[in-house]
Design a protein around this ligand. Structure first.
Ligand code: PMP
Length: 362
């Protein structure tokens, strides 16, 4: 059946009228550096053991999966360390779904969430989807958020939740633990630290996981999409006080994590060293991008993630299109004179940087 009406004709919720869905273009190009994926495929031996685990699970796929995904929560807690156990861990189909469940439980109509744009676009989109008011704070120079600035915004807006993104997408900016602690102390609400890119940070640097003891309103979200090269499998998770999972059980759909997803993720986590082997290489490609873009006269921002935001682009839309003509896609986020690029494999990164050299006539 063809299309008989447009969205505007449907009796959609008033608060969704006129909104735009998540819109990263899904183009088939040779060099895709636009959605911060891990550009390295998972190692073949790991793929084989995941296939075996999934195949085994298929034999009982007539039954609903473990609703409490206990084996997976054990594996995730073991990976995170910090004295965490399965009771501290929750998971869903991507950290987007984790964030959605958090807003379903703690946000919703009449409630608000404070974020600090430019930040991950889904934070405000999930807020809209759950009927939670999105309050936009502001950052200091170079996209940093100081404790004082963060506390000022919390005091002025009195949100029910605060979303912090560490490191921040799309800017790559790290976030100090002091800012997180200050936000926590300034609010009686839920504080979510989105650590989707944590594994790409400076080695040995503390994550917000170290702040969890004694802070029952703090939630740290993570994903296997980035460092674990598992974006297609859809597995995000959180660490928090066990009471947080009790809240999320009220809003999640029963059996939300398929038995195949659970088996695949457990098998992947059993190969953590191999799965994370590419992280160092990705970091070195990211650093190469930073150095070369600076040489070319752009202004890359310091990044603790697998991508780089760079400014001083005379015409960002044109440069985006010129790269696309060369079968390379990066990200135009609508920040004037800025573009974002994900670190690729060595070869992809070289292709991108060579194109940038050619296109930069200064
Ligand atoms: N948080 C941030 C900051 C992200 O950039 C992304 C993905 N781009 C996500 C969460 C969601 O990742 P996923 O749903 O794949 O876990």
């Amino acid at each position: 059946m063809g299309r008989v009406s447009s969205l505007a004709d449907l009796p959609i919720r008033d608060d969704l009228r006129g909104l735009k869905p998540y819109g990263a273009p899904e183009l088939k190009v040779a060099v895709a550096l636009n959605v911060n994926e891990n550009t390295h495929p998972i190692p073949e031996n790991v793929a084989r053991s995941i296939i075996e685990a999934v195949a085994h699970e298929l034999l009982t796929v007539n039954r609903y999966p473990d609703r409490e995904f206990l084996a997976l929560r054990d594996s995730l807690a073991n990976y995170l360390g910090h004295g965490l156990t399965r009771d501290n861990v929750w998971a869903a189909n991507g950290s987007n779904e984790v964030l959605q469940q958090i807003l379903q439980a703690f946000g919703g109509p009449g409630r608000s969430v404070l974020g600090f744009p430019p930040t991950y676009s889904m934070h405000s989109i999930i807020a809209a989807g759950t009927g939670t008011e999105w309050l936009a704070g502001e950052r200091d120079a170079d996209y940093v958020i100081s404790p004082a600035t963060a506390v000022d915004w919390v005091k002025r807006t009195e949100p029910d939740l605060v979303f912090l993104c560490a490191p921040n997408n799309p800017t790559g900016t790290a976030l100090s633990l002091e800012t997180i602690e200050a936000v926590y102390d300034a609010t009686g609400g839920i504080v979510v630290v989105d650590e989707a890119y944590a594994e790409f940070g400076v080695e040995g640097e503390e994550t917000a996981l170290s702040l969890l003891p004694g802070r029952e309103r703090l939630i740290v979200t993570r994903t296997m999409s980035k460092a674990f090269a598992f974006a297609g499998a859809r597995l995000g998770y959180l660490a928090a006080d066990p009471a947080i999972s009790d809240a999320l059980r009220l809003v999640r759909l029963p059996y939300h994590l398929s038995s195949l997803t659970q088996a695949a993720a457990v098998a992947a986590l059993a190969h953590t060293p191999e799965m994370l082997a590419m992280v160092d290489d990705i970091k070195s490609q990211r650093d190469r991008i930073e150095v070369t873009l600076r040489e070319l006269g752009y202004t890359p921002y310091p990044s603790a993630s697998n991508f780089i935001l760079f400014g001083n682009v005379p015409d960002s839309h044109r440069l985006f299109e010129q790269l696309l003509e060369r079968d390379i896609i990066i990200r135009d986020l609508g920040i004037a004179h800025h573009l974002r690029v994900s670190a690729g494999t060595r070869a992809e990164t070289t292709t991108f940087l060579e194109a940038m050299r050619e296109l930069t006539a200064r």
